[in-house]
Structures are given as structure tokens and as C-alpha cells.
Design a protein around this ligand. Structure first.
Ligand SMILES: CCC(=O)SCCNC(=O)CCNC(=O)[C@H](O)C(C)(C)COP(=O)(O)OP(=O)(O)OC[C@H]1O[C@@H](n2cnc3c(N)ncnc32)[C@H](O)[C@@H]1OP(=O)(O)O
Length: 337
């Protein structure tokens, strides 16, 4: 696997601005050529048909159902964020696009009942609209989310980091193939073989191709950094950018917080949960096409860890950024807990 170095800040000016603007307008006009999702070309993504298919119960009140439930038997944070953003988006009219969201997970989500999303229209201005969404179960909030929408405003400012140089997804194995390859080692300890079953649940509605070999056995401490190609399983289409932002919110919480524990081979999380999650959307993108998710962790301490993500389009345009703090209560790796 390729060794990835730290990337540097590259400011793009003049001609490259024009190039960025051309790319942006290509995607905003939905004219960019699309690469079909080869594994399931005709099947629509369940993220669209199920997770984001919210039921409208009343004015500004929506109900979401669940799809993939993690082994923790708590709702997946990404599902709740994506549905909350979906509910907020339903109440915003006109040409405004979501540019950021900020969420707190205040209670664990219960998979046995649906989630209600109550939207408050916090403000509608000339160029920004802000929505506050309360996700509710058993009459209590489980997530508080604020999302802000912005009308497109051209600007001479345009810079971004450079996308890390990594092998293209076509040259990499899927997570399933990597697991199979690893499991074919006859010397693999039974404990490690059992742990493999938890690595990738086939119900997860995402396709993943890790750039660096995942630390399946967790005996080796590595730097808190991950690079993975990711896309929604199934077809979504060029259509609605708001839908792609909701799917990106789902994607952004997957495999995120675990990055903070990579340097600690002697400890494992006894209890972990996302505490908050923020996202910023920069440029148009398609979540049914491969995107590079670059994750690192800048800090851990006091039973918490901080992770940062950048979601890149395959053509090197920075699509979105994310950040999350999570609770990480660790115990020694050998502990039975
Ligand atoms: C991919 C990752 C994800 O998507 S995670 C899913 C999204 N995030 C979430 O569901 C988190 C939702 N938020 C929460 O569950 C709560 O806000 C959390 C973070 C748990 C709040 O923690 P806390 O205030 O400690 O809650 P609590 O008193 O109800 O206890 C919860 C469990 O933790 C334990 N606990 C408590 N204090 C300690 C402590 N100091 N040391 C060790 N354990 C502690 C409690 O006993 C309780 O455990 P249990 O549930 O009874 O087994």
C-alpha cells in the first residue's frame, strides 16, 4: 500500500480559480460526466429509498425509519444526522444549498421505534436560512441539530488543500475482499477471526475501499489517520444536491471516531459514542460515485477524542469537511469487557 505523507496547504489563485469555478459550475449544472456505480447499476440506493424517505406527519414534523443498526444496538449517528438534515431541507425553499450543520447527540437512539424530526424555522434572510431540528424518541430529544443554507454567491476567494495522492479505487480491494484475504491466513488466531465478522456488516449501505490496510487485529499502534474510498451502494443519480448532502452526512460518521484510537494498541474502547458532529459543504458532488474520505485525529484526552474529515471528489475538488468529538472510555485490550 502507498505511504501517505502529510499534505500541505496550497492556495489556488488566478487561472486555477477559473478552473475551480468551471468545475463548480459543471457540477452545479449537473452536466459533469458520471461514472456509473458498477456493482449495482440499476438498483436505487436504500439511503434514498428508505433512510431519506421521510414521512411528513404535519407542518415541519417528519418521521424517519431505520435501515442498518450497528451491533451496539444504538442508532447509527450518521443516520440520525442525515435524516435531521433531510427534514431541515424540506422546509427550505428556493435555490439555497446547505453549507453547514452542527449537531449534539444527547441520548442514545432506540432502534425499536422511529425518530420524529421537529423543525424550527429559526431564520429566513436574504441569503441565509437557518433551521433547528430536534430529533425525538420517547418524548425526549436524542439529537439537536442546526443547519444553515446559503444562496449561491460568487466570490474571488477560492482555495483548498490538495487532495492526497492515493491509488484510484479501481486499483484497490473492497473491505470485503481485504477481510477475505486476511481471513485466509491459516495462522490467524480464533479471536482475530471472530473480530473480523464485526468489521463490515453487509447491511451497511456503503461500499468501502480502504487505501491503507485496516488494522484488523488491533495489536499494532498506528498514526491516527485513515484514507478510504467510499460511495453509496446503489444508484442515486445526478439529481438533487440536497439529497447528496444528506447522504454525505451519513457517510461522514462511518468509521470516523475509531481513527482516534488507532495509536493505542494496548487499549480498546469499552464504550464509545459520538458526542457532536459538524459538517461544511464546499462544492457539489455525487455520493454514488467514489469519494475519498481522509480522516485524522488531532487530539485525544479525558476519555474523549477529536477527529477531522475531508471528503474529496475523485477529480481533486474538496467536497465537504467534517469534525466530531466522541466519548472514548478505554479498557486494556486483554480485558473481557
Ligand atoms: C459511529 C458512532 C456513533 O454513531 S455513536 C451514535 C451516536 N451517538 C450517541 O448515540 C451518543 C448519544 N449520547 C449519549 O448516549 C449520552 O449523551 C452519553 C454520551 C452516554 C452521556 O454520557 P453520561 O452522561 O455519562 O450518560 P449516563 O450517565 O446516562 O451513562 C451512560 C453509560 O455510561 C456509564 N457511565 C457514566 N459515567 C461513567 C464513568 N464516569 N465511567 C464509566 N462509565 C460511566 C453509565 O453507567 C451508563 O452505562 P450503562 O448504559 O448503564 O451500561
Amino acid at each position: 500500500m502507498a505511504e501517505m505523507g502529510r499534505q500541505s496547504v496550497v492556495l489556488k489563485y488566478n487561472n486555477e480559480d477559473v478552473e475551480n469555478e468551471t468545475l463548480r459550475s459543471q457540477y452545479c449544472n449537473d452536466t459533469a460526466p458520471s461514472v456509473p456505480n458498477s456493482s449495482t447499476p440499476d438498483v436505487r440506493s436504500v439511503l434514498v429509498t428508505s433512510v431519506l424517505n421521510l414521512e411528513k406527519l404535519d407542518t415541519d414534523l417528519y418521521r424517519g425509519k431505520h435501515y442498518w443498526i450497528p451491533s451496539t444496538q444504538r442508532l447509527f449517528g450518521g443516520e440520525i444526522i442525515s435524516q435531521a438534515l433531510g427534514a431541515a431541507s424540506e422546509t427550505v425553499t428556493g435555490q439555497l444549498s446547505v453549507h453547514s450543520l452542527h449537531c449534539y447527540f444527547v441520548r442514545p437512539g432506540d432502534p425499536s421505534v422511529p425518530v420524529l424530526y421537529q423543525v424550527e424555522r429559526t431564520r429566513d434572510g436574504r441569503s441565509f436560512s437557518v433551521r433547528s431540528v430536534k430529533a425525538i424518541q420517547h418524548d425526549k430529544p436524542i439529537l439537536m441539530c442546526q443547519a444553515s443554507f446559503h444562496a449561491h454567491q460568487p466570490s474571488p476567494l477560492a482555495h483548498q488543500y490538495t487532495m492526497p495522492t492515493v491509488p484510484p479505487p479501481e486499483d484497490l480491494l473492497t473491505m470485503e475482499e481485504l477481510v477475505q484475504q486476511y481471513a485466509s491466513d491459516h495462522n490467524l488466531a480464533e479471536r482475530d477471526r471472530r473480530a473480523l465478522n464485526k468489521v463490515l456488516d453487509p447491511e451497511v449501505p456503503l461500499e468501502i475501499k480502504p487505501v491503507n490496510m485496516p488494522a484488523f487485529s488491533r495489536r499494532i499502534a498506528i498514526e491516527p489517520r485513515k484514507l478510504l474510498w467510499v460511495r453509496a451502494k446503489g444508484h442515486i443519480g445526478e439529481g438533487d444536491m440536497r439529497q447528496h448532502c444528506c447522504v454525505a452526512a451519513y457517510v461522514s460518521d462511518y468509521s470516523f471516531l475509531g481513527t482516534a484510537v488507532l495509536p493505542y494498541a494496548d487499549f480498546k474502547p469499552q464504550f464509545s459514542a459520538s458526542l457532536d458532529h459538524a459538517m461544511w459543504f464546499h462544492n457539489s458532488f455525487r455520493t454514488d460515485e467514489w469519494m475519498l474520505y481522509e480522516i485524522d485525529s488531532s487530539w485525544a484526552g479525558h476519555s474523549r477524542g477529536l477527529v477531522h474529515g475531508r471528503l474529496w471528489r475523485q477529480d481533486g475538488v474538496l467536497a465537504a469537511s467534517s469534525a466530531q468529538e466522541g466519548l472514548l472510555r478505554m479498557v486494556p485490550s486483554e480485558s473481557k469487557l
